[in-house]
Design a protein around this ligand. Structure first.
Ligand code: GRF
Length: 205
């Protein structure tokens, strides 16, 4: 650990396989937060990490509507509640690992520069939730993954690390996404470990 003694939180809302790999690497994670009950939360509990469930349905999220169509969701209140949890736990670095809620600008007033995201494409290409399908449909022969600082603008913050992944002729979205995740799992765990030890500095904002 460096002088700063970072405290790491990981945010999940899906299958949690990136988190699972972090656990097998014994990454010191102080807190795992999920926005809904999901496998990622169970992975965290099995790994004996501290967990919090912050259900976005408590803030007007409607599970029967599309991800992009949530008129009743109070994004700002959800973002403030998340920031409060991180503040109360003294978290200094937060890593989204398949976390599917876009945070309000108000979140970044406190967390500018210390929220990381991993995105399954070579940004700035293919932002958004259809990144893998978009790369496949565009006929790319190489795609990849990007670890970046999250900002108010979706999938657009400063890049921390990238890695290429080949697209095979027989790929489906599922096979390509799984191949990307095989690269993401060790890469994200390694980058986070380097940040925690101070070997890697985050880009300044
Ligand atoms: C990863 O592909 C990551 O790039 C994206 O969400 C996926 C998370 O996978 N943001 P999992 O839930 O850890 O299996």
């Amino acid at each position: 650990m460096n002088q700063k003694q970072h405290k790491l939180a990981v945010l999940v809302s899906g299958s949690g396989t990136l988190l699972e790999h972090m656990a097998t690497e014994h990454l010191p994670i102080n807190l795992v937060i999920a926005e809904k009950p999901c496998r990622g939360l169970e992975v965290a509990k099995s790994a004996k990490y501290q967990t919090e469930l912050l259900p976005r349905t408590n803030f007007g999220w409607d599970n029967s509507r599309k991800w992009s169509d949530q008129p009743r969701f109070d994004r700002a209140k959800f973002s403030i509640a998340l920031a409060d949890i991180l503040n109360n736990r003294g978290i200094t670095i937060t890593a989204m690992a398949g976390f599917m809620t876009i945070l309000s600008p108000i979140f970044f007033e406190t967390y500018r520069g210390t929220l990381l995201n991993i995105h399954p494409a070579l940004l700035p290409k293919y932002k958004g939730e259809r990144a893998v399908a978009d790369a496949l449909e565009a006929g790319e022969t190489v795609t990849g993954t990007t670890i970046h600082i999250a900002t108010e603008e979706l999938d657009a913050g400063p890049i921390v690390e990238q890695a290429e992944v080949p697209v095979l002729p027989e790929d489906t979205v599922a096979t390509l996404h799984e191949r990307i995740k095989q690269t993401e799992r060790p890469l994200y765990a390694q980058v986070l470990a380097e940040i925690l030890t101070g070997e890697r500095q985050l880009p300044s904002q």
